[in-house]
Design a protein around this ligand. Structure first.
Ligand code: ADP
Length: 262
């Protein structure tokens, strides 16, 4: 079948990227963006060439998480330059394309779909080992568009919290990934227990272990448990690279464990 010039550009652009990892969640607020950012940082610190794409068109948070707010992407006729965070980590977000970050974005479906396509087709990612996609929560049109454009090569990481496991959202996300044909790398349980800074032991706040059981139940790998970590929250607020600043913490150890099978 003959490809349109747009499809050709999309497949050429994606063809230069070895691994496409989509970070998903059933609901907002479970730490999906935090995990996506730190996975990207962990891979970049290990020397990989990494792209980080923030697909949240309503409230892009990646620029703030990496202290890149206010940056404006350079746009040419048919390509957009991603913003460099370091010599081997590049970032793209709607936040870099809007003049005013306080402006609410009210767009209809087709416009959003077009924008997501531009992020994959027109951003000059270049040769990458990894593209980490911070996907909007849920299993609606936006995640579906991403999966369709990335194709069967997409691999997904599903982020949840111990409380969320009681809800069907996570199962729905897993079913969604299976249906789109993407490989599921596994489930991450975030905000799982609290590591006491005094004694260094992990204390369970909510009942945990449910993530691992559910993953086993649905025949998907379990990737790890990230504790509630006040410094991780501060890193998000202040925009510093947690895994770089605290390489020896339990949280960073788990982040590295998550990227291991990638
Ligand atoms: P989502 O992308 O799922 O909406 P975010 O990554 O924006 O979630 O995280 C929501 C809030 O929770 C942020 O303020 C973030 O800093 C905080 N957070 C996420 N994970 C942790 C954690 N393990 N420990 C402490 N705070 C966390």
């Amino acid at each position: 079948k003959a490809q349109s010039p747009e499809d050709l550009q999309l497949s050429e652009n994606l063809g230069r990227i070895t691994n496409k990892i989509v970070v998903m969640s059933g609901k907002g607020g479970v730490g999906k963006s935090t995990v996506a950012v730190n996975i990207a940082l962990a891979l970049a610190l290990a020397g990989k060439k990494v792209g980080l794409l923030d697909v949240d068109v309503h409230g892009p948070s990646v620029p703030r998480l990496l202290s890149l707010s206010g940056q404006q992407a350079h746009i040419e006729k048919d390509y957009i330059e991603p913003i460099p965070w370091s010599k081997n980590l590049w970032v793209m977000s709607l936040g870099f394309l809007m003049p005013n970050r306080d402006e609410a974005v009210i767009w209809r479906g087709p416009v959003k779909t077009g924008l997501i396509r531009q992020f994959l087709q027109n951003v000059a990612w270049g040769e990458l080992d990894f593209l980490i996609v911070d996907c909007p929560p849920g299993t609606g049109d936006e995640p579906l568009t991403i999966m369709q454009l990335l194709g069967k090569e997409a691999k997904s990481v599903i982020v949840t919290t111990p409380q969320m496991l009681a809800i069907d959202d996570v199962r729905r996300s897993i079913t969604f990934c299976k249906r789109t044909g993407s490989q599921i790398l596994g489930v991450v349980e975030n905000m799982s227990g609290f590591v006491c800074p005094e004694c260094g032991k992990r204390h369970e706040i909510f009942k945990s272990g449910a993530g691992e059981r559910m993953a086993k139940d649905m025949s998907v790998p379990f990737l790890g448990r990230i504790p509630v970590d006040p410094e991780l929250a501060r890193a998000g607020d202040e925009g510093f690279a947690y895994v770089k600043v605290y390489p020896d913490s339990e949280t960073s150890r788990v982040m590295r464990e998550i990227v291991q099978p990638m």
